[in-house]
Design a protein around this ligand. Structure first.
Ligand SMILES: CC(C)(COP(=O)(O)OP(=O)(O)OC[C@H]1O[C@@H](n2cnc3c(N)ncnc32)[C@H](O)[C@@H]1OP(=O)(O)O)[C@@H](O)C(=O)NCCC(=O)NCCS
Length: 183
């Protein structure tokens, strides 16, 4: 499955990452606040280059287990990225993720881009259920999941060691029958 790029939303354009996106990507992937609840740590420019090199090839899904990675652009600048994992072909499951530059948060851009990924998941891939996971302290993330119409299905307590301490996480999900394309 390869989306019909560029994916246009009301205010944004989603497209595969390009080699010239390094500075925009590094601007937020090197920010400790952005990485607080991500598994990754703030990257050096070399580490961001490696991330970008990997992302350049993640513009389509050919088998389960892969992540689709889209650069979210506003006026030709990358302001964040949204991802969709093809978790299971048999069970038609996917997983959504998002990371945005703080300079562009608080404008509904993450929601707009995430909606585009839900549309790909449900309408183009025919997924049955899309989940999202976050640290319970990551309120901006779970509030976004709720704005997308996702339901909180689980609160796992101390289910993993996260950055040196026990971490609690929320699991949210949306079923195809609950998706109406307007979230
Ligand atoms: C999670 C994250 C993407 C959420 O970003 P966000 O900008 O808060 O999310 P949205 O795009 O839904 O924007 C919502 C905010 O924009 C405001 N807004 C302004 N104009 C808006 C518009 N036209 N439409 C919708 N919302 C709008 C909303 O009121 C809301 O503000 P509030 O949080 O003060 O209530 C962001 O916090 C982030 O990148 N965090 C770091 C990385 C991370 O933790 N990712 C998740 C890992 S699980």
């Amino acid at each position: 499955m390869r989306p019909d790029y560029p994916l246009k939303t009301e205010r944004l354009v989603l497209r595969p990452f390009e080699p010239g996106d390094l500075d925009d990507l590094h601007a937020y992937r090197s920010d400790p606040d952005v990485c607080r609840y991500l598994y990754s740590e703030p990257g050096t420019i070399e580490e961001t280059q490696q991330r970008l090199d990997k992302s350049l090839t993640m513009d389509e899904l050919t088998e389960e287990g892969q992540w689709l990675v889209c650069a979210v652009t506003l006026d030709d600048r990358v302001i964040g990225d949204v991802v969709l994992k093809w978790v299971s072909e048999k069970d038609r499951q996917g997983e959504l993720g998002y990371v945005f530059n703080p300079a562009y948060q608080g404008n509904g851009y993450a929601r707009e881009a995430a909606q585009a990924m839900l549309r790909i998941g449900f309408e183009e891939m025919g997924l049955h259920r899309i989940t999202a996971v976050c640290d319970v302290r990551n309120e901006p993330s779970w509030r976004l999941m709720e704005r997308l119409g996702m339901r909180r299905e689980a609160h796992f307590r101390e289910s993993e060691m996260f950055k040196g301490e026990w971490g609690d996480c929320f699991i949210y999900a949306l079923l195809e029958e609950e998706y109406d394309g307007t979230a």
